[in-house]
Design a protein around this ligand. Structure first.
Ligand code: CDP
Ligand code: CDP
Length: 226
């Protein structure tokens, strides 16, 4: 069957990356976590005291950033300039700054160019905020995920706890709300549903159900494009 591109966009902590990864495994596709790339850039900016109001400084820093992914024991792992930063990029300090960094057009242009190169041969599932609208506007399947805020915050709390970070529910909720607001209102490629995206509300369904729904949609699209 012909390989397609699957774009999964939506709000924070709706289940995009977990679903995208599982769908990619089922279809034998590559999974690309575009959010991890923005998080890695943010980590670099924080560690190197890059001021996001100084465009020249941001441009110079971007030239020094190299991001790649590796599969380590089945887990998609993010590398920044050769170092495994998977754990660090999920920390609250990065979560609290990533959306501001992601408003910068120069940052977005650099990330989008890399993401398009990664999807050149198709057979990819990519999740983020602008995948169906900007990165791959011609993606054969676009899914827009939503879920109720209370459910999202609870799921993120559990996810972080499983990774050894115990965080207060209010702090998580505040971060998700703030990021959703910045992501949806920024000037450069704001988070919005593509006209041809299928809405998937994950509030009342299991992870397995949402994976199977996306796989079924993907198979339909593969047949149409065969
Ligand atoms: O997994 P979570 O929902 O916490 O976020 P993420 O996918 O890791 O993305 C972190 C942040 O990166 C988002 O809140 C956006 O500010 C930014 N992002 C973006 O602007 N465009 C993307 N394609 C992906 C992420
Ligand atoms: O990528 P995004 O920020 O949209 O969300 P995620 O990090 O994939 O999902 C947040 C957490 O919700 C993960 O621990 C998932 O396993 C969990 N979850 C889910 O995605 N869907 C459900 N129906 C139930 C739980």
């Amino acid at each position: 069957m012909k390989k397609i591109i699957i774009a999964i966009d939506g709000y924070s902590a709706c289940g995009k990356s977990t679903t995208a990864k599982r769908v990619a495994e089922e279809l034998g596709y590559a999974y690309i976590d575009s959010g991890a790339m923005y998080r890695a850039v943010t980590l670099y900016f924080l560690d190197n005291h890059v001021s996001i109001t100084n465009l020249k400084e941001v441009e110079r820093a971007l030239e020094k950033i190299n991001i790649h992914f590796e599969n380590i024991s089945g887990a998609n792992t993010t590398f920044l300039n050769g170092a495994n930063v998977e754990k660090q990029i999920r920390k609250m300090n990065v979560s609290n700054h990533v959306s501001e960094v992601s408003t910068l057009a120069v940052v977005r242009h650099a990330m989008v160019a890399q993401q398009r190169a990664m999807g050149k041969r198709k057979g990819v599932v990519m999740d983020g905020r602008d995948i169906g609208t900007v990165v791959f506007p011609d993606a054969e399947l676009k899914v827009f995920m939503t879920a109720e805020m209370g459910i999202r915050a609870g799921r993120r709390q559990l996810e972080l706890l499983e990774k050894g970070q115990a965080l207060n529910l209010d702090e998580i909720r505040e971060n998700l709300e703030k990021r959703d607001h910045i992501d949806a209102t920024r000037e450069e490629s704001p988070l919005r549903k593509a006209d041809d995206a299928v809405i998937l509300d994950t509030s009342g369904i299991t992870l397995e159900e949402q994976v199977q729904q996306v796989v079924a949609l993907a198979k339909e699209k593969m047949m149409e494009n065969a």
